[in-house]
Design a protein around this ligand. Sequence first.
Ligand code: ADP
Ligand code: F6P
Length: 458
Amino acid sequence: MEDTSNFVVISNRLPVSRDEEEGRWETSPGGLVSALVPILREREGVWIGWTGVPDFAPPPFTHDDMRLHPVPLSQQEMEAYYLGFCNNTLWPLYHNAIRTPQYHRRWWHPYRETNERFAEAAGRVLAPSGVAWVHDYQLQLVPRYLREWRPDATIGFFLHIPFPPVELFAYLPWRESVLEGLLGADVLAFQTRQSVSNFRNAALQYSAARPDGDDLKYEGRRVRLQWAPISIDAENFESTARSRAVADRAARLREQFPPVRRILLGVDRLDYTKGIDHRLRAIHTFHSRHPKEAAETVLLQLAVPSREELIQYAEQRDRVERLVGQINGEFGRPGYTPVVYMYRQLEFEELVAAYSVADVMLVTPLCDGMNLVAKEYVASRVSDDGLLVLSEFAGAASELKEAVLINPLNLDQLAEALRRAVQTPPEEAATRMQALRATVQRYDVYRWSRKCIEALEN
Ligand code: ADP
Ligand code: F6P
């Protein structure tokens, strides 16, 4: 009999990764983990997930006060469930099909089986009438499997990515099963009001759920629908940005650049949803149309490797690197490189130093559940300066209204926004940034987790 807990978090990845060279676990960076650590500690909670390495699932262990229960995935399951169904079917479909989703029964079956395994692992460890909190598109069937096994449990689900419009969701050959899976939850939470409404429409059209006020009624139960935009540990970014270590790093970083007037910054996982290629094409237009103003800028583009096994990601990397080469070839000269590109994960202080030196932050996804980078930049601008150029297709756009909002597919508009951004008077930038900072400080990730958990516990 395993030790049980009243509070169990279930996500595809555990909040740790294994450093094989050092032979130890490392806590993954990020606001979600920072927000959940105190909650797990307080409730002696358990986190269930995959180690990120196929065929590697050690027995339950404790790290950083978190009780961790690894779920095994074989190499074949990793390929069919994670690379296949999660990231080649659901990911493109849920991001407005900006790449063509692939539908294969040989991926769907492992998705079902692995979801069942995660649910069983949760069911074994969850104490009677405990709370289980399931995360993201990889585990949409877990609420139902868990409820079948543990009808006493209270089950929450949070979708980190957008829920697509019903017209797109309808294409999914297993749409009914996915809806039934999600409707196993007591509370279903989404990043935007649009996603709440998209889910509601899909459930009303393709499942037995019926309206219950703003919520749904399903199999005699009420299923609550919640809008809960995720955020960051704003205070951590702010205090790091104010630290001596980051001030020194930022000064050294600025010295590395030619003496340009403005530093533009992009920070993204290298994913085709992030619009890095559109951003670069707009930079090209900016240099072609306004050579004098553009030559007073440098774009620092930081890209963290992601899902490199998938062809769409390899192609996107090639596209980005070709564009970087093209811009530097056409507009560079000795002593001046218009785009400085780094393809790697940065340490936290390096990242905050980059936010600190950036006069303009470019966040240009074609579709994004939230986009935490936008909030991280704002939290790091402790002098109330800097300008955020933000895609209207990021979930963050509905909260960060004082950003310069753009449609990243409109390259002329984006190039023009760049030209204006570098010439924005400091007073206007300060007014916008103060308002943005107030929002990000107020609605931080701790407030988000409290909101989600209160909905589950009441
Ligand atoms: P997504 O969840 O799709 O990756 P978000 O913008 O919400 O997008 O979150 C990305 C996270 O990855 C942020 O916390 C950001 O700080 C981090 N990140 C992105 N690029 C880098 C990088 N080059 N080095 C370190 N961290 C990065
Ligand atoms: O935003 C969705 C998400 O799955 C995050 O939870 C995760 O940090 C990121 O994408 C990277 O995903 P993966 O686990 O596939 O590397």
